[in-house]
Design a protein around this ligand. Structure first.
Ligand SMILES: Cc1cc2nc3c(=O)[nH]c(=O)nc-3n(C[C@H](O)[C@H](O)[C@H](O)COP(=O)(O)OP(=O)(O)OC[C@H]3O[C@@H](n4cnc5c(N)ncnc54)[C@H](O)[C@@H]3O)c2cc1C
Length: 417
């Protein structure tokens, strides 16, 4: 089949690769001049299938309220009149109770564990080096933060995910450069979780995909998708293309293209920020990936650089940098690894997480023939991309996915289940 993939973030490129590997003729249509230029560009790089977590979690509404007036906060809320924001918030609130959280988290973990397996196979097969590291340490500044993490820790036990609670001394033996002046109540260590450079991986996979025949049409914005009696027509900057099937992997802007087809998905951009700085003192730098649970900010070692990423801003669609968010990132960097880098001269970035209110992505067919989705990976798209790409290739090829798809398709909104 001739298949077009719209979007060349990490999700679109993984999809294109697996489609070509399955024998399809694939074209990727991307409005930027290269792959991984939007959400996939500056993310934290964490691949933690054991800990992928929906944003809608018990205690989160209270956490948002408590942050509203703080100058350094993990969450920024900018109330606007955008009805899509309020619709999203209403749905999100209804997903915060414990039972919904358990269901949503299990759906996300199903994709993330599968994905980590697929990504490992790709890494071994192509001998990829994308600055990956192993081990993920969650830091809790207070006993209250440990308390807040209990539902997630309970699920790790239930799902037999290798992990251990560590005290401050053990946390410092795992990450010896952690600054002793910052209060640390304890940590949670996930030895099998990983981190790595998402845009580097995406560029490597682009080259591999090209070598097996994938065509990339860059600087080409798709304006509309139309289903025909046979196949699908795309209207874009270079005119029109007719293909047998389309996979939409256009991140946050997928909602707009779908709305024009009469498909309403509650996808909303949740803005996040990162700071990337060259390491100046290697002895004082992190060895792998950490997460400051109190501020929901990740610190990741990417080769000879350190990346600090996080914060969630609701209500702003503009990708402009905001001082309050950057202050939070620099505070977290200075609190834990003050001598590793000069954070004032870091490169700062912001991007929009393509977030659904209940957390799991939407994968597979739509009610419209030959139009498929690979969208809504939220804050875990890097961790889910390889598996989601393989799932889409299987479904487009007419096979079953290798994992149970219950709760991962558009049907979950029809049935409100
Ligand atoms: C601060 C931050 C930290 C994060 N940390 C992590 C993390 O540690 N681990 C993790 O797993 N995830 C993380 N994420 C989430 C992750 O980055 C995203 O889930 C993932 O990048 C989404 O990939 P994507 O390919 O769906 O979207 P994108 O990377 O946004 O790609 C979509 C592409 O579609 C293109 N496009 C859109 N519309 C059109 C159109 N009409 N025509 C042509 N092209 C179009 C865009 O130009 C873009 O290139 C983080 C995100 C942020 C913002």
């Amino acid at each position: 089949m001739h298949v077009a993939v719209i979007g060349s973030g990490v999700v679109g490129v993984c999809t294109a690769y697996f489609l070509a590997e399955a024998g399809h003729q694939v074209v990727v249509v991307e409005r930027h001049g290269n792959v991984a230029e939007e959400a996939s560009y500056g993310n934290a790089g964490v691949i933690a299938p054991g800990y992928v977590t929906p944003w809608a979690a018990p205690g989160m509404p209270g956490k948002i309220l408590s942050c509203v007036f703080k100058s350094e906060a993990p969450l920024l809320f900018k109330p606007t009149l955008d009805p899509a924001l309020w619709r999203w918030m209403r749905r999100w609130l209804s997903e915060c109770e414990l039972e919904r959280y358990r269901i949503n988290k299990a759906r996300m973990q199903r994709v993330a564990f599968y994905s980590s397996d697929i990504q490992r196979q790709m890494r071994e097969h192509y001998q990829l080096d994308y600055e990956q590291n192993r081990g993920y340490l969650q830091l809790f500044r207070s006993a209250r933060d440990i308390q807040m993490a209990q539902p997630a820790i309970g699920l790790l036990m239930e799902n037999e995910v290798p992990h251990r609670m560590v005290d401050a001394d053990e946390a410092r033996s795992i990450e010896p450069a952690l600054d002793r002046k910052t209060a640390l109540a304890g940590g949670l260590y996930l030895p099998q979780d990983e981190s790595g450079n998402c845009p580097l991986f995406t560029k490597q996979l682009k080259s591999i995909a090209q070598s097996i025949g994938v065509e990339f049409q860059f600087n080409c914005n798709v304006r509309s998708i139309r289903s025909e009696t046979r196949g699908v027509t795309l209207q874009h900057d270079n005119g029109a293309s007719h293909v047998d099937a389309v996979v939409l992997a256009a991140g946050v802007d997928s909602a707009q293209l779908l709305a024009a087809l009469g498909i309403d998905v509650p996808l909303y951009p949740i803005k996040g920020y990162s700071a990337t700085a060259s390491i100046k003192n290697f002895e004082d730098a992190p060895l792998a990936a950490l997460m400051d649970e109190s501020y929901k900010v990740a610190i990741t070692r990417l080769g000879s650089r350190i990346r600090i990423a996080g914060t969630a801003e609701l209500g702003s669609r503009a990708l402009t940098l905001r001082d309050a968010a950057l202050r939070t990132l620099m505070k977290v960097g200075n609190d834990w690894f003050p001598d590793a880098a000069n954070y004032n001269i870091a490169s700062f970035w912001c991007g929009a997480r393509p977030m659904l209110p209940d957390g799991a992505p939407l994968l597979g067919a739509t009610p419209i023939k030959d139009i498929y989705l690979n969208i809504g990976h939220g804050s875990s798209g890097w961790a889910m991309a390889a598996g989601s790409g393989k799932i889409l290739a299987d479904l487009v090829s007419g096979y079953d996915a290798e994992i149970d798809m219950d709760g991962l398709t558009l049907a979950r909104y029809d049935q409100a289940s």
